[in-house]
Design a protein around this ligand. Structure first.
Ligand code: NAD
Length: 250
């Protein structure tokens, strides 16, 4: 593992455009369960039943029961060593953008500034009928939160069946097309179209460094360096190695 970390650190130090693509696994050590966990939120609320736009349109009250529990978990969560490490890597000039599938804001809380929220975020709520938008705090005391038009509001996270925000989609594609290194952290890479980002980067000859507890379908196909373990431990070790070898870069 030490050799692999050293190899990955060299690639990051020598890359002119390094991206990280992150998924639910990076926030597991912050106490937010991923879709894979046998226990927790997603064993109670099947994402296929609750996290689709059709489900929201048909029965927003029912979906809000899940969202309320999710909000309780997410709003109490703090960034872990992986979020903090990526924030530090960005500050040092070795990580240029994070493309996250998460909606938990933990990259930003961990100090990262260049974060592309591929699946939106949970800080704002919108009315899918009249288009009005609200900050989540404005509606904190209302359950389920309602628009002034009377309809139930939806958080600005991308539900299954909804399009990816155009800015995030285009920007991510452009960046992946010119990346020299891509860190793929804590994602099963099964949710489309986010899972096309590693392939696009690979087509540009980017080196793919994958960090995950388990192998994914990327591991034996396009991953160049597989660092198996928890995101917190591995990112921490990687950042220490980059610091040891590299210097701050403007
Ligand atoms: P996923 O649940 O499909 O896969 C999670 C991956 O993380 C798995 O490959 C697993 O092996 C790995 N993993 C679990 N714990 C880990 C750890 N400690 N260290 C490293 N790897 C670990 O998640 P996905 O690929 O992101 O796709 C699910 C979708 O659901 C995404 O859109 C995601 O944003 C969303 N989601 C978000 C959150 C959040 O915002 N924190 C939580 C759950 C689901």
């Amino acid at each position: 593992m030490e050799n692999l970390i050293a190899e990955a650190a060299d690639i990051i130090i020598n890359s002119n455009l390094t991206l990280a693509l992150t998924g639910a696994g990076i926030s597991v050590e912050s106490g937010i369960p991923d879709f894979r966990s046998a226990e927790g939120l997603w064993s109670k609320y099947d994402p296929a039943e609750y996290a689709t736009i059709e489900a929201f349109r048909a029965n927003p009250e029912k979906v809000w029961n899940m969202l309320r529990e999710m909000d309780a978990v997410v709003s109490g969560a703090k960034p872990n060593k992986a979020h903090l490490g990526l924030g530090e890597l960005e500050k040092m000039g070795y990580l240029h953008f994070i493309i996250t599938q998460n909606i938990d804001n933990l990259h930003q809380e961990g100090g990262a500034k260049n974060v592309i929220e591929y699946h939106g975020n949970s800080r704002t709520l919108s009315c899918i009928w009249c288009g009005k938008r609200y900050g989540v705090e404005e509606k904190r005391d209302q359950f389920p939160p309602r628009c002034e038009c009377g309809k139930i509001l939806k958080p600005d996270v991308v539900f299954f069946g909804e399009p990816i925000p155009a800015d995030a989609l285009n920007r991510s594609f452009q960046l992946a097309s010119s990346a020299e290194a891509l860190l793929v952290i804590g994602t099963s890479a099964v949710v489309s179209p986010a899972n096309t980002i590693p392939t696009v980067a690979k087509q540009n000859n980017a080196t793919i460094i994958e960090i995950n507890m388990e192998k994914t379908h990327l591991t034996d196909s396009i991953t160049d360096i597989f660092l198996q373990g928890s995101a917190g431990e591995i990112v921490d070790a990687l950042v220490r190695e980059v610091k040891r070898k590299g210097s701050f870069r403007p």
